[in-house]
Design a protein around this ligand. Structure first.
Ligand code: NAP
Length: 297
């Protein structure tokens, strides 16, 4: 239980709804900013007043899974307000206050570091990222079906990256009957792809391969899907870019070549916000209980 805990939830998408529900269920006092368009759905929660006295009692602040932009501002689909995190404001929270986000860019890291608070980027945790890969894969399959006129079964799919998301994708597309190739950059990655019974290509020599694929799915957060790769794709190919913003594809060149390329951020929030919110909520609740135990020691 989180009785006596004070937690602020600032911005986010439908995943935050499940997080707020869980926190409430666990008896935390929840403060909200960025949910004004929900028309009082959470009557038990208090509107977060950034200048109010309750900032001094916050044990945790929960930001969107996407973290902040380069100005420290968060996305919020339930508000028109611009909500931004600032070092000076954070300093008003108790020194043990923890800041949770999904991913963290340099701006967010600096704001929290300068305030001398602890930042917990949840997607850095393997368990969260692996659980989260399940709705991510389902969302990718949905988009693959929606944006093509051919089946996944029997199609040629290349997946760039064999991390937490890439591995789940490779397995799922293989099981759907696609012919899957995975782009990896290490010997261990190549060995793993071989063990999975799939083909691999070396990302270090990527420009030397023929790119005759129906789908290119990118999970590498670097500009790896460049013009030289896109040039070799057949014109009916679909590029689905899952890497965190700005993605790893040259979207301008893809458009010029007439190849559909789609950046797909936040798929879990789109296709399964309840499941995705629950994954994050469970981890946050456990972390906060740990904080409680430390405080009692
Ligand atoms: P991860 O476990 O860190 O995997 C990243 C993969 O990219 C690894 O295989 C890594 O290779 C490879 N890689 C990194 N830089 C590379 C480079 N310069 N050249 C070639 N390969 C490179 O990350 P993840 O959890 O799978 O997530 C992948 C991306 O998807 C992240 O950007 C994440 O934010 C995003 N994501 C998006 C969604 C969505 O809904 N769109 C959902 C979840 C995650 P090594 O193993 O050799 O290091």
């Amino acid at each position: 239980m989180l009785t006596g805990f004070h937690v602020a939830v600032i911005g986010g998408d439908a995943r935050q709804i499940e997080i707020i529900r869980r926190l409430h269920e666990w008896d935390a006092q929840v403060y909200l900013a960025g949910f004004d368009q929900l028309n009082g759905s959470f009557t038990e929660c208090i509107d977060l007043d950034f200048d109010g006295f309750h900032v001094n009692s916050l044990d945790a602040i929960i930001l969107p899974i996407s973290g902040t932009d380069e100005n420290g501002c968060v996305d919020g689909i339930f508000t028109n307000r611009t909500l931004c995190l600032q070092t000076e404001w954070l300093k008003k929270t108790p020194s043990h206050c923890q800041i949770y986000s999904g991913i963290a860019n340099e701006t967010l890291k600096k704001i929290v570091h300068d305030a001398d608070r602890r930042l917990i980027p949840l997607m850095n945790r393997d368990d969260v990222a692996i659980y989260n890969s399940i709705p991510t894969v389902e969302g990718t399959i949905m988009m693959a079906i929606q944006h093509t006129d051919f089946t996944i079964h029997g199609s040629k799919v290349v997946i760039f990256g064999l991390g937490r998301v890439g591995m789940s994708l490779a397995r799922a597309f293989d099981q759907l009957g696609a012919k899957v190739t995975v782009g990896v950059r290490s010997h261990s990655g190549a060995a793993r792809v071989h063990e999975m019974g799939l083909d691999f290509i070396d990302m270090g020599k990527i420009s030397s391969y023929d790119m005759n694929y129906d789908y290119l799915i990118n999970t590498v957060p670097s500009p790896v899907v460049n013009a030289s790769i896109i040039k070799k794709l057949p014109s009916h190919a679909l590029i689905l870019d899952l890497a965190s913003k700005p993605g790893g594809s040259d979207f301008r060149y893809a458009e010029k070549r007439g190849i559909k390329a789609i950046l797909l951020p936040g798929l879990p929030g789109l296709v399964a916000p309840k499941t995705a919110g629950r994954i994050v909520a469970n981890v946050i609740c456990k972390e906060l209980q740990e904080l409680d135990r430390k405080a009692e020691e």
